[in-house]
Design a protein around this ligand. Structure first.
Ligand code: G16
Length: 539
């Protein structure tokens, strides 16, 4: 397979500046590539080539976001945006891996030729790839590497600078739909729809204390909040960049440690607080606990899913008969708390589907419903509306406030990907419409105590899973041992899976008491360490 001479020459000329680090074997994981930033020049360059090919193939705009999200500041990574604004389609992940792992310039050119031939792409060709980055110091340099890759295929890189990951997804989606797509349009669209959703209701009356994880969410929420000035939503931004990105703060820290983030010592118990992660695509609500200083009560993705489903149910039940039947489904992963899944099934009467971890899987499943609500327990998620349902709502919006509100909801909540900033508006609107405080939200159900641990092993790929990651297929015997550990534990459940964003195996356990959940997680972690090649001392 021959690559067009100009493309081959461009790849060869540019790739010398972005060599593959010795011994580095990048692997497209749960949400793209992640590694120490200094390893990633070649990966970004090659992702640039690929997303240019994707843009030519679709005759549309694609996107690249340079971010390692919740991971530590020295890491970086890349999330790739389809023309629809969604995450890269799974069929192209193989190309991403093949390109990223080409060992020499000639291998790389051969991989590019193979991709172009298999997809019937005529390069060089026109198009645009929008490139953004988070606040990591390595972001601008890696964005340049991606841009150099884009140019090799004759496609124009558009440097968008600092954006949240979901903002870039939203901009690509809107631009390809021919709608206003600038950052200011994002703020205006979300703020306008929020105002529609809360019209006629009383403000919640307390400040929302937002932990920005020292990341890009801080300036972006500040810009959005300006548009919300008249809407009765007062936000006090904390961890806005003065400290370490995701260091002792942010949604992942809260979820794993259940401790108050840095700079919350003055926030009163019971106050409404939320936290996002480094690229603002995860959202966690929380409040300082009165009886255990320094600890937080969490309102995680499961609870946000319940609140979203309740808002949908309220609005759908108020639609006029012409709206027809509306299917609502809730998509979760194995990390969903057993109490949340039971509440959704038994009290909300919604279908519950479970997929493997990774928004790409949940997002796909959510498309099966008129309204698909998906949230991972870690706070990643959104609510998707199918086109046909939106068209029905458009017809009814003139005569039905519920239809107009559902349309507004579909604008408030990012239709491209999970978005913490738009999630905040969803939660605030849902609470405000019910005149609810955190107490009522907490009272929906009581979480089963749970614990998550990490185990380091020599090669995490020795662990494979089935049944949406709830069962371990290899190494042989590990699942039987986990079953034996779970069996005597009242309301016990546990699973293990290799992370797709960190070099660890994750362990999850829940039980009827915190002590039992902790003990079960510890016992399962020991099994993983012993049977899957644990590194260092046993947990
Ligand atoms: C990414 C994915 C999420 C996933 C998380 C953890 O989040 O987008 O869907 O839940 O990684 O994945 P794993 O357990 O495989 O490490 P983020 O916020 O890091 O982009």
């Amino acid at each position: 397979m021959a690559v067009p001479t100009s493309v081959g020459a461009a790849v060869e000329a540019a790739s010398a500046r972005y060599p593959l680090a010795k011994g580095f074997r990048p692997s497209y994981g749960t949400a793209g590539f992640r590694a120490l930033a200094e390893l990633l020049d070649s990966t970004m360059f090659r992702c640039g080539i690929m997303m240019a090919a994707r843009a030519i193939k679709a005759s549309a705009i694609t996107g690249i976001c340079i971010t390692a999200s919740h991971n530590p500041a020295p890491d970086n990574g890349v999330k790739l945006v389809e023309p629809s604004g969604e995450m890269l389609c799974q069929e192209w992940e193989t190309y991403a891996n093949d390109l990223a792992n080409a060992q020499t310039d000639s291998d790389l050119i051969a991989q590019v030729a193979s991709l172009l031939a298999r997809e019937g792409i005529a390069a060089p060709g026109g198009g645009i790839v929008m490139i953004a980055h988070d606040t990591r110091p390595s972001g601008p340099h890696l964005a340049e590497a991606a841009a150099a890759g884009v140019r090799c295929l004759g496609v124009e890189p558009q440097m968008c600078g600092l954006l949240t990951t979901p903002q870039l997804h939203w901009m690509v989606m809107s631009r390809n739909r021919g709608q206003p797509w600038a950052e200011a349009d994002y703020c205006a669209a979300l703020a306008g729809a929020y105002q529609q959703l809360v019209a006629g209701t009383q403000p919640l009356g307390q400040t929302l204390y937002m932990d920005c994880a020292n990341g890009v969410g801080a300036p972006k929420m500040a810009a959005l909040a300006q548009q919300l000035a008249g809407a009765g939503l007062a936000v006090d931004l904390r961890n806005t960049g003065e400290g370490v990105l995701n260091g002792g703060c942010g949604s992942d820290f809260l979820q794993k440690d259940r401790q108050l983030p840095a700079n919350y010592a003055d926030v009163p118990a019971g106050a409404r607080c939320c936290a996002v992660d480094g690229d603002s695509d995860r959202l966690m609500y929380f409040t300082p606990l009165a009886d255990t200083p320094g600890k937080a009560l969490l309102f995680d993705g499961d609870r946000i899913a319940c609140l979203s489903a309740m808002l949908l149910r309220d609005l759908i039940s108020a639609l006029p008969p012409g709206a027809g039947d509306v299917s609502v489904g809730i998509i979760q992963t194995a990390y969903a708390n057993g109490a949340a899944s039971a509440y959704i099934r038994d009290n909300l009467g919604c279908a519950v589907e479970v997929t493997p971890t990774g928004v790409k899987y949940l997002h796909e499943a959510a498309h099966h419903y008129d309204c698909g609500v998906y949230f991972e327990a870690n706070g990643h998620g959104t609510v998707l509306f199918v086109k046909d349902f939106l068209a029905r709502l458009e017809q009814l919006a003139g005569e039905s406030r519920a239809a107009a509100d559902l349309l507004a909801l579909s604008v408030v909540i990012n239709q491209a990907v999970g978005d913490a900033l738009s999630g905040i508006l969803l939660v605030e609107a849902a609470l405000r419409r019910r005149a609810w405080g955190l107490d009522q939200w907490a009272a929906l159900y009581t979480d089963l105590p749970s614990r998550q641990l990490k185990v380091t092993v020599a090669d995490r790929t020795v662990i494979t899973t089935t049944d949406a990651e709830t069962r371990c297929a290899s190494p042989a015997g590990l699942q039987a041992a986990i079953d034996a550990a779970v069996a005597p534990v009242p309301r016990g459940r546990a699973f293990v899976r290799p992370s797709g964003t960190e070099d660890v195996v994750r362990v999850y356990a829940e039980a009827d008491s915190q002590e039992a959940a902790d003990a079960l997680a510890g016992a399962v972690a020991k099994l993983v360490h012993a049977q899957a090649g644990g590194v260092g001392p046993a947990p």
